[in-house]
Design a binder for this molecule. Structure first.
Ligand SMILES: Nc1ncnc2c1ncn2[C@@H]1O[C@H](COP(=O)(O)OP(=O)(O)OP(=O)(O)O)[C@@H](O)[C@H]1O
Ligand SMILES: [Mg+2]
Length: 542
């Protein structure tokens, strides 16, 4: 039979309970055997025999005392002097007689008891019962009123009736009672309570074990909850990802291994989300490119026939209506202009649609920028070029297009007195490079991990009107333009080219204060330089 699969939490709790239960059971057996041993030690035969011999010694001594007291009493009862002293109430004489009779037995006290008045010595019997008991001889009892006394009442007869009694008392050794009590207790334990004691101790132990078990179970639940709660978060997180909710993140809130796991999960989700964005972007560009290609194709073909037809209509007009001829000329000019505009549009679309074949070579970007600047002799353009710029691995023609597009946009945005600045930087040795990379990401295409170790950075910034925040995220989209005559393809082409170089582009802008486009391109490394050198050496030799 297959066991039903349990949740992790139940497993941990069950494991802990089984563990504590097992330990408690094992411990209870050990405790039980210890208990038995110690009880056996205290209730064993040796102790018992010692106790019973002590008891019998004590009993013998007690009996001896009793016998001596009885003999003395009988002797006194037979002595006429003692009877006379009893009747005359001569206690000193009685004492003397007792001392003479004693013969080694020391009697603590002698007293006279008469039954005419209430008896002066308290006995465990009522007066009549006591008198009846005394009919048959001396009466012996234990008197605990003034310490522990063994008291004997010896009847004194007057004619046939009992006139009273002589009370002889002897103080007993208290050890006797102690021994008797101990023997009794011991017997009680041995006979009745031993088993009960065992069970009582066992139950006490069981109660403590149960309390420990309860605490262990609670602690188990707590630990299990601590582990499984974040795991549940993680499971929920993966479900969200599976459901295509890539923006789901798990709050971290702890710094242990589970915290690290949550970090990894969040990083993975972020990567997935970014990859998704890139793919969507790439698909969008591809779709636009396809539209542009078809548009260019469909529009381009009829343009030349339209232009030729209109020119023919104008040239072949045979009439001499001057007004109509002027109208015809104007119309032909308008059509020719519009067709020219359409041709430009088609050319732009075609440019965007065509995937340029990159011919990458180490290029001096400073020189290229300087060359492009000459095309804009009238523009307020400043260059701040670093001298220490490694060659960039770029396609020169495509980079020229990039620069031209950026400069034209900047020019369009400039107001009176504004300036455009182009800056180059070497990022190869710059510190905190990784940080900067991350700063570039918001509106940048993602870096592909390349074998090169450095970057060449080109910055085109202007002090123009800037871009509003809601437009900023859209400027690289094809066909996004805020200009009346703009095609909205310039920056889409720029980004496309930079992406193809494995580079990055980012934009920063402040409304009414200016815009900066930053491009990073792979720099040629020393390793690549030496590889190129080796190749040329080979070709020279060959
Ligand atoms: N330097 C800049 N300053 C302010 N806005 C800019 C700047 N560069 C681009 N933009 C904004 O980005 C939009 C898109 O630019 P993009 O170059 O792609 O298209 P365009 O210039 O409008 O048309 P074209 O296809 O002719 O270049 C522009 O319409 C403009 O609103
Ligand atoms: Mg433009």
């Amino acid at each position: 039979m297959k066991l039903p699969s349990l949740s992790l939490r139940s497993r941990i709790v069950i494991a802990l309970i089984v563990l504590t239960l097992g330990t408690a059971l094992a411990l209870s057996f050990v405790a039980r055997s210890f208990l038995d041993q110690s009880l056996n030690l205290s209730i064993n035969d040796e102790v018992r025999s010692v106790l019973s011999s002590a008891l019998s010694v004590a009993k013998t001594s007690y009996n001896d005392h009793r016998e001596a007291l009885r003999r003395l009493g009988e002797r006194l009862a037979r002595s006429p002097e003692a009877v006379a002293a009893f009747h005359s109430g001569d206690l000193p004489r009685l004492r003397r007689l007792v001392a003479a009779q004693e013969g080694g037995e020391r009697v603590s006290e002698v007293e006279i008891v008469r039954f005419t008045a209430p008896p002066s010595v308290a006995a465990p019997l009522a007066r009549d019962d006591l008198m009846e008991a005394l009919q048959s001889g001396p009466y012996l009892y234990r008197d605990e009123r003034q310490g522990d006394l063994l008291r004997m009442l010896v009847p004194v007869r007057d004619g046939g009736r009992t006139a009273g009694a002589l009370s002889l008392s002897k103080r007993l050794d208290p050890t006797y009672f102690t021994i008797e009590q101990a023997a009794q207790t011991y017997e009680d334990i041995r006979l009745n309570n031993e088993q009960a004691l065992r069970w009582a101790l066992f139950y006490a132990f069981l109660a403590v074990s149960f309390a420990v078990l309860l605490v262990a179970a609670l602690v188990g639940v707590w630990i299990a909850f601590g582990i499984t709660h974040p795991l549940r978060d993680l499971i929920r997180g993966t479900r969200e990802l599976a459901r295509d909710n890539l923006s789901h993140r798990i709050p971290r809130g702890r710094s242990d291994e589970i915290g690290l796991l949550i970090d990894s999960f969040n990083r993975m989700a972020a990567d997935l989300q970014e990859n998704r964005q890139q793919r969507v972007e790439a698909e969008k560009v591809a779709a636009w490119r396809e539209i542009a290609r078809r548009l260019a194709h469909e529009i381009k073909n009829p343009l030349t026939p339209i232009q030729l037809t209109v020119q023919q209509m104008r040239d072949k007009y045979p009439g001499d209506d001057a007004t109509y001829r002027r109208l015809l000329n104007d119309c032909a000019d308008i059509v020719t202009d519009e067709v020219e505009g359409l041709k430009n549009l088609v050319r732009a679309f075609a440019d965007f649609a065509r995937l340029p074949d990159l011919r990458v070579a180490p290029t001096d970007l400073n020189a290229l920028i300087d060359e492009v600047r000459r095309l804009y002799a009238d523009a307020p353009l400043t260059l701040t070029l670093t001298e220490d710029l490694p060659p960039a691995l770029v396609d020169e023609t495509q980079m020229r297009r990039v620069l031209i597009n950026l400069i034209e946009n900047a020019e369009d945005a400039l107001g009176e007195g504004g300036r455009i600045t182009i800056t180059t930087r070497n990022r190869r040795e710059a510190e905190g490079d990784r940080r900067e990379e991350e700063e570039l990401t918001p509106h940048a295409s993602r870096l592909t991990p390349h074998a090169f170790s450095g970057w060449v950075e080109v910055e085109v910034s202007d002090t123009g009107r800037g871009i509003s925040p809601e437009h900023l995220s859209r400027v690289f989209e094809p066909y996004f333009s805020t200009k009346r005559t703009g095609m909205g393809l310039g920056l889409a082409i720029v980004k496309n080219i930079v992406d193809q170089h494995g580079g990055q582009i980012a934009v920063e802008s402040q409304i009414n204060s200016g815009t900066t486009f930053t491009i990073r391109l792979p720099a040629e490394t020393k390793m690549q330089q030496s590889a190129v050198g080796a190749r040329s050496a080979v070709s020279l030799n060959g």
